[in-house]
Write a protein that binds this ligand. Structure first.
Ligand code: 6PG
Length: 257
């Protein structure tokens, strides 16, 4: 994540693109439009679009825009397969479920067939759910899974997906999915690993709000410390990485993006 040659940084394989927008509403629009561009390119080139959805609140606005005119008419939805970057260890109908949020904001309004939705089984024992999702990814995407697009958010602590501070996100790099215990929430989560994220053709990180500004400055301008800031492990190499940030989240950056 570090700009090349940054102090204590590492030469990242990907040079991220940055899109700075006014506010959360503009971020949702920009994220939704980027989704459409990736979807149209993938379906034109390969006849399908495999996307991993992000949880949390930031992407919700983009999902709602995608599920409504005009963007809903811009994508060949029956060629889209929906995966998830992470999930809380709760049943699919739980208010905390990322799947439930996506189902209500995007999948149901677009009448997406269940056959094209591959959720993480938050209702199962965490380790078993992680194993079964890794098997699912291998079955659906091959032994070295390549998604067309991975959507991510960033927490105020620099986490992404459910890669939280305190655990080296780059360890066990053979693992596709893991089930970390997240002490700050006293719960387990299920998350894809950087191995999956960094193999994607496109990664989009959407970050909005003043509460993210400190972490964003540390992630983009500070030393490479992925155990402290797990989102620094996101570096798709041959793929594209785009940060979509609003002015509030970018407000503590000392260098223009
Ligand atoms: C989750 C997400 C998580 C989220 C960040 C940002 O399950 O909550 O995967 O990584 O993207 O916590 O959340 P907000 O978008 O709500 O700020």
């Amino acid at each position: 994540m570090m700009p090349p040659g940054a102090p204590g940084g590492r030469e990242q394989r990907t040079k991220p693109a940055f899109v700075v927008v006014e506010d959360a509403a503009a971020l949702a629009q920009s994220l939704a439009e980027r989704f459409v561009v990736c979807a149209r390119r993938a379906t034109a080139e390969r006849g399908r679009f495999d996307v991993a959805l992000a949880g949390g609140s930031t992407p919700k606005g983009a999902y709602a825009l995608l599920a409504a005119p005009p963007l809903a008419a811009a994508v060949s939805w029956n060629q889209v397969r929906f995966f998830f970057g992470d999930e809380r260890c709760v049943p699919p109908g739980d208010p905390q479920s990322n799947y439930r949020m996506a189902r209500e904001a995007l999948l149901e309004p677009l009448r997406i067939s269940d056959a094209n939705v591959f959720r993480m089984r938050g209702e199962d024992a965490p380790a078993a759910a992680a194993r079964s999702y890794a098997e699912l990814l291998r079955r659906e995407l091959g032994t070295r899974p390549v998604l067309d697009l991975v959507l991510l958010g960033m927490g105020p602590d620099g986490h992404t997906a459910s890669l939280f501070p305190g655990t080296d996100p780059l360890s066990d790099d053979e693992l596709l999915v893991r089930a970390p215990y997240v002490a700050k929430f006293s719960t387990y989560r299920i998350t894809v690993t950087p191995r999956v994220i960094n193999a994607a053709r496109h990664v989009a990180i959407a970050t909005a709000g003043q509460e993210k500004a400190q972490a964003l400055a540390a992630v983009l301008e500070g030393p490479f410390e992925p155990i402290t800031y797990p989102i620094q492990s996101i570096d798709p190499g041959d793929g594209d990485l785009t940060w979509l940030v609003d002015r509030a989240a970018a407000s503590k950056l000392t260098r223009p993006l």
